[in-house]
Design a binder for this molecule. Structure first.
Ligand code: ATP
Length: 912
């Protein structure tokens, strides 16, 4: 609809008017809703999903099914109709199970995708709010800043040093400067190359610096990116290394199965069995040996595990990281917001060597500024007034008051006031401070000055400035930032009512007061200004932020999150080292580190400038000792990760700013903040914390370990079952015995009764000691830590006991082969159903409550019922060649089936 408009050539206000939008207030909610109905969501169409029918059919395309189909056809031609039909039915049932698993896994991954969809800052009815980018409509007023991905095609109506990297669209990776001015050119807008449309920001491109405001002109598929890419395939790597290894293992097992089958068939024929029976037995065995259920169960275990993580607020963006999570040996965490609450309140200030105390709670602007317990009036204290003024002007946050109606009695309603902020909490706290100081004060000049430029905060400079212009055209630069960084740019200071040169003595004094505040775990910010002469738009920070007049400092508390101390303790138990990496001051960081139990001994704190002086080798040694890194810039993070990885650590690293993206990418598990994180860091990350909380990382690690353990559990179960099935047949043939199981029984056990318990193991709960063990090595083989031995030994015992039960029954009654085969069938099934409980523990069956996994109980019960049906129902007896068993038979079956698990279990329990 808007594609023919000449947006770039129109004036900003004209664009807004044409789109029926107000450049200050944005759209109304009602208008946005009606436009949503008209234009649809702001989304790029995705590739069509495979239809359910195709998913179902895909269950029948693997090798095992091929073997079975050949077997069915041969049975059919040999007149074994019943066998042929039974094989088909079993295959169908197995297909349905696989189908259900795959659809469930697909659904949960789909849900994950929608959760990970980007959010955007929009102004509607004059209020800033954060909404999913898909909800944007033409006419919406959008705010963008460094680190954001542009959410729709925008005509910019404000651009503060805005730079956008448009390689997604133009292939040009050098960021382009943007403006809000209309383009003056003779060409029609359609002919201006996208790269030259400097007052437009296009969907999918990246804001690499500055801030801006724009009106949405196009959404969804009609945006420039929508036009060229009918499909943006964000498909992340969706198979994990483990899945890949298991696939390869599957191939090896096929070869083993075929060889074993050949031997069994040969031995059977040598001992006088007829060829057809041996062929079918061979095919069934081959099917038994191939763990065909494995890939599907691994997928579902991963998918459901990932869902559990979502419930614990950890969003997995890249599936392979689920495996790596369980190996994490170091977690490097940001301080602000992750270890602390990011709810800042200024409690102290220091101006001209005088200490000020600030009362009040949270963002509620009722409170006072006191000196020696007496309120101070800023109108009589020029330095304080100036500090508050800078705090207010050099600020992009908004203080929001909300009234909540509270009904106490039926009629009486009272209003409860609550205050929150939109924007950076550090700046929010400063707004609150200014509101407290200026309360009740007449301020003629406030609000009259206009901001004409901004040098946005970045964590390398550690400061932020604005240029204000008064109505009489006087320009002033206001700057706030980390005290020592700011002092380095000051030449004068407001000291006891007058401006003096900043001598080294005064500098020392200021730093001393800053340190006093930092020791109380306060984050300290300094404030400065200078009258600007010779200002030109676009001047660099270095040119502007110098020769400043230092005014004073404010110290704010940011309490640690309540749950963090426990989470750090838990990490220690789990052999994981926690490290705090912060841009904040060393002493503040150290004080917080002690409060949360991260620093338990002296030392262990390194500063960014220490790191800059260290060689890579020195750093490798130092990272082993340090637990807190202060005044760190993003590039230091990269070196820290590299050094830790060189020392053999598996590193999880958090970050929120644009510049953190490289470190997040390099880390084994890159973690982005869901609330404060930029789109760029989120896109570089493996895991997003929806609540920005450190303890969520610990939960994710725990889930990661659990998912891996669960995968080990069902691999152990399925493979031990397969080994048992093969060995019973193999030994029988070698000993010249009749077939202990008929082919259809083997198929049934392997394809039907095995599947459900294995799935239930895939969603098992974690063992109680899961966070009391050291992280596993990244290179550990899935069969490591004794799993291979367990599979072979338990499989051997299951096979041997089944054969023993068969042999004993047959010896008593040599003419009734069907009876003996039914006993071995029941023994095999039951032995597996008991063994499944053993698989729940790395230690022994006695270490876990058998009723701890109700899915497993239901799965085992259904498998039991199915088995009883096969043994006792007349029509089933015919198909499966079974017969009813006596009480004595069952006694034998139970004893033989229990031996593999309980004998081994007692052995295991004694060892641990
Ligand atoms: P982390 O989340 O890594 O713990 P941080 O929030 O403590 O980081 P930065 O955001 O890099 O670290 O801030 C570093 C320093 O910059 C702060 O200690 C503070 O002095 C200063 N600072 C922070 N926010 C602002 C801001 N909005 N304006 C000016 N200076 C700021």
């Amino acid at each position: 609809m808007h594609s023919t408009r000449q947006w770039p050539k129109l004036a900003a206000m004209e664009t807004a008017a044409l789109l029926g939008s107000d450049p200050a207030q944005g759209l109304t909610h009602r208008e946005a809703e009606s436009r949503m109905k008209k234009y649809g969501p702001n989304q790029l169409k995705e590739a069509k999903q495979a239809s359910l029918l195709l998913v179902f059919l895909s269950q029948f395309k693997d090798m095992m099914v091929g073997i079975l189909i050949v077997a069915t056809i041969i049975s059919f031609f040999l007149g074994e109709y019943l066998d042929a039909i039974a094989i088909l039915a079993i295959m169908f049932l197995n297909g349905i199970l696989g189908f259900i698993q795959e659809v469930r896994a697909e659904r949960s991954l789909q849900a994950l995708k929608s959760l990970a969809s980007p959010m955007t800052k929009v102004v509607r009815e004059g209020k800033q709010q954060i909404i999913p980018a898909s909800q944007l409509v033409p006419g919406d007023l959008v705010l963008i800043e460094a680190g954001d991905r542009v959410p729709a095609d925008l005509r910019l109506i404000q651009a503060n040093r805005l730079e956008v990297e448009e390689s997604a669209l133009t292939g040009e990776s050098v960021p382009v400067s943007k403006t809000d001015k209309s383009l003056v050119t003779a060409a029609s807008a359609d002919q201006i190359p996208l790269g030259d449309q400097h007052n437009m920001a296009f969907m999918g491109t990246l804001v690499s610096g500055g801030t801006g405001k724009g009106v949405v002109v196009k959404t969804g598929m009609i945006t420039e990116i929508g036009k060229i890419a009918h499909l943006i395939n964000e498909a992340e790597q969706s198979t994990t290394p483990l899945q890949h290894r298991l696939e390869q293992m599957g191939k090896i097992l096929i070869v083993v199965a075929v060889c074993l089958t050949a031997v069994v068939i040969w031995a059977g024929v040598m001992h006088g069995h007829d060829l057809m029976t041996m062929f079918l037995a061979g095919v069934s065995l081959a099917v038994a040996a191939i763990p065909e259920g494995l890939p599907a169960i691994v997928t579902i275990a991963l998918a459901l595990g990932v869902q559990r993580m979502i419930r614990r607020n950890a969003l997995v963006r890249k599936l392979p990281s689920v495996e790596t999570l369980g190996c994490a040996s170091v977690i490097c965490s940001d301080k602000t917001g992750t270890l602390t609450q990011n709810k800042m309140t200024v409690t102290q200030a220091s101006i001209g060597g005088v200490r000020y105390d600030v009362t009040g709670n949270g963002y509620d602007p009722t409170g006072q500024i006191l000196v020696e317990n007496k309120p101070v009036d800023p109108s009589k204290n020029e330095s304080l007034r100036l500090l508050l003024h800078i705090a207010e002007r050099c600020n992009n946050a908004q203080l929001v008051r909300e009234e909540q109606k509270q009904r106490k009695l039926l009629v009486l309603a009272s209003f409860q006031e609550s205050w929150s902020i939109i924007g950076d909490p550090t700046e929010g706290a400063l707004l609150v401070l200014a509101a407290k100081g200026f309360a009740g004060m007449k301020r003629p000049q406030a609000g009259q000055a206009a901001r004409i430029d901004e040098l946005p905060f970045d964590s390398d400079r550690k400061m932020m400035s604005v240029v204000d212009c008064t109505p009489d055209k006087k320009l002033t630069l206001y700057t706030k930032g980390a005290t020592e960084a700011l002092l380095a740019r000051c030449s004068k200071i407001h000291w006891r009512g007058e401006v003096q040169p900043l001598t080294s003595q005064l500098r020392e004094q200021v730093l001393f007061h800053a340190e006093q505040m930092a020791k109380q775990a306060l984050r300290v910010l300094g404030f400065a200004y200078k009258p600007l002469i010779g200002y030109k738009p676009g001047m660099a920070a270095l040119q502007l932020e110098n020769d400043l007049v230092f005014v004073g400092m404010a110290g704010m508390i940011d309490p640690p999150r309540a749950e963090v101390k426990d989470a750090i303790y838990q990490c220690r138990q789990a052999g994981i080292k926690t490290v705090m990496i912060t841009g904040d001051h060393k002493i503040t960081a150290e004080a917080i580190g002690r409060q949360i139990g991260l620093l338990t001994h002296e030392g262990g704190v390194l500063e960014g400038r220490d790191l800059s002086q260290m060689s890579d080798e020195e750093l490798c040694r130092s990272v082993e000792k340090a637990s807190v890194y202060a005044r760190v810039s993003p590039e230091h993070k990269l070196r820290i990760v590299r050094a830790m990885q060189q020392n053999g650590h598996v590193v999880a690293m958090t970050g929120d700013g644009v510049n953190d993206a490289p470190a997040i990418k390099l880390a084994d598990i890159g973690i982005a903040m869901g609330i404060t994180g930029t789109d760029v860091t989120k896109e570089a990350s493996d895991l997003v914390l929806r609540d920005d909380n450190f303890s969520t990382i610990v939960s994710a690690v725990e889930e990661g370990r659990n998912i891996y353990d669960n995968i080990r559990k069902f691999i152990r179960y399925l493979l031990a079952s397969n080994v048992g099935e093969i060995l019973v047949m193999f030994f029988a043939m070698m000993m010249g015995l009749p077939l202990p199981l008929v082919p259809i029984q083997i198929l049934w056990v392997n394809l039907v009764t095995d599947g459900l318990p294995a799935m239930a193991l895939g969603v098992d709960t974690a063992e109680s000691n899961i966070m009391e063990q050291n992280p596993r090595k990244k290179t550990e083989n899935i069969f490591g830590r004794g799993l291979g031995w367990k599979i072979i030994s338990r499989g051997f015992l299951i096979g041997a006991m089944t054969l023993a039960a068969f042999w004993l029954t047959l010896r008593e009654n040599p003419d009734d082969l069907v009876h003996a085969q039914t006993v071995s069938f029941a023994t095999l099934v039951l032995a597996q159903l008991i063994h499944v409980f053993d698989c729940r523990s790395e230690r022994s069956v006695f270490h876990r409550n058998p009723f701890g996994n109700m899915y497993l109980i239901w799965a085992v019960l259904s498998s039991l019922v199915l088995m009883i049906g096969v043994i006792y129902l007349k029509p089933m007896q015919e198909i499966f060649t079974t017969t009813g068993l006596s009480f004595r038979d069952w006694a034998l079956v139970f004893v033989a089936a229990g031996v593999p698990t309980f004998v081994a279990g007692i052995g295991g329990a004694l060892k641990k």
